[in-house]
Design a binder for this molecule. Sequence first.
Ligand code: ATP
Length: 431
Amino acid sequence: MTKNNDNLLEKVVSLCKRRGFVFPGSEIYGGLAGFWDYGPLGVELKNNIKKMWWQDMVYQRDDVVGLDAAIIMNPEVWESSGHTKSLVDPLVECKICHKRIRADQEDKLKEHEGEHKEKVEWTEPKTFNLLTEVYLGVTEPKEKTYLRGEITQGVFVNFANVVSSSRVKIPFGIAQIGKAFRNEITPGNFTFRSREFEQMELEYFVKPEEKEAEKVFDYWKNQRLNWYKNLGIRAENLRFRKHADNELAHYARMAEDIEYNSPFGWKEFEGIHHRGDWDLSRHNLKYRDMETNTEYTPWVIETSGGVDRAALFFLLDAYYEDESRVVLKLHPKLAPNQAAIFPLVANKPELVKKAKEVYDDLRKEFRVAWDDRGNIGKRYYSQDEIGTPFCITFDFDSLEDKKVTIRYRDTMEQERVKIEELQPFLDKKLK
Ligand code: ATP
C-alpha cells in the first residue's frame, strides 16, 4: 500500500467526523471557531497518547514527578511571568471587510486576498494578546483573571511545594498534562491551531550552567523526537528547526521545534525551550542544595507538546488508502480499539455465546470492540478505517478446535491461534 497524500487533510477531517474521532465544537449551534469535541474514538486516541507520554516521561524515570495544577490562577502569576505583556501575536485588519488575520501567516493572508476582487490593503500590524480573560466572584466589578495560556506556569508556582514535599533533587523534572487556552487570531487547519487545546509538558530543572543546560537540551530534544518515531511517525516527516534570535518567545534563551511535514507545510509539533531562570526568578523562587548548602535559581529546559496536534499528526501519518480499503496504520498502543472480536455469523446462538465469552474475557485487560453486523469483509473494512490492529473471528471450527483466526490490519495476513493464547499474544503486542 503506498501513501497517497492528495487531499489528505480533507480525507482525515471527513473520517474524523464520520467515525467519531473529532466533531466541530457546539456544532448544532453553528460551531465556534477554534473549538473541537472529541468523539468516542477520538477520546480513546487522545487518552492513549497521554497515557504513553506519562508512562515514558514519569513512570519510566526516577528523576521526574507529576503535577496537575489549576487552570485558573491568581492573575499576578501572569503579570510576573510576562504573559500579560508578551503572549502576543501581530494582527492586521483587511481594510475592505475588517477581517483580522495574524500578520505572520502568509498563507492565510494570501487566501483572504483571493476572496476579494479588488486589491486588499492591510492595516499596520498591532500586537494582540492571546490570554483569554475570565471574571470571577459575585460583587461588581468582578475579579479579572485568565484561563491559562500555557500549562507551564502551574509547575513553576508549585516548584517549592514539590521540592519540599517529595524527594526530588536537581536535576529533576515536573511533568504535567492539561488544557491551555489562547484567543488565537486565526484558528485553523482543523485542530492544529485551536483556542482550547491540551499540552503535555516537562519542566526539567538544572544547575545554572550553560554547558550542562545545553547538554540537557540536546538530550531532551532527541528523546522527544525518538518518542514520536517509536510511536510510528515516519522519520522523513520529522525534523528539528532552530528558532532565530528574533523569533524566540519572551522567556526563551534558546528554542528548537520538532516539526511535522503536514499537508499544510512543515509545522511545529513540539517546542524544546531553554527558559534559563526566567520563570523562577520572576516568581522569586530559589533552590537550596542541601549537600553543598548553597542556594541558587535553577535553569529550566522545557519540552512542550500539544496533545491535539499529536492526535492530528498521528492520524495524518497513519492514513493509507487503495481501491479496496482505507487503513489507519496507527501504532497498536495508540489505536482506539486494540482488537475487535467477531462471531462469524450473528444468527447462531451457540456460536455467538462462545464468541462473547472470548470478548468478555479479553475486555477485562484490553480495549476490544464487538461487531456482529453485516459480513466479515465489511467488519474488516470498518475496523481498518479506525486503525484496529487485530480482528479476531470466532467461527464454526472454533467450537471444536478452540482456536480463532487473527487477521492483521496492515498485512491482512491471517493466523489461527488457540483461544487460551490470545491474552499472551495481545500482551506481547500491546503492553
Ligand atoms: P505557534 O507558533 O504555532 O503559535 P507556539 O510556538 O506559540 O505555537 P508554544 O507556546 O511553544 O507554541 O506551545 C507549545 C505546544 O503547544 C506547541 O508545540 C503545540 O503543540 C501546542 N500548541 C500551542 N498553541 C496551540 C494551539 N493554538 N492549538 C493547538 N496546539 C497548540
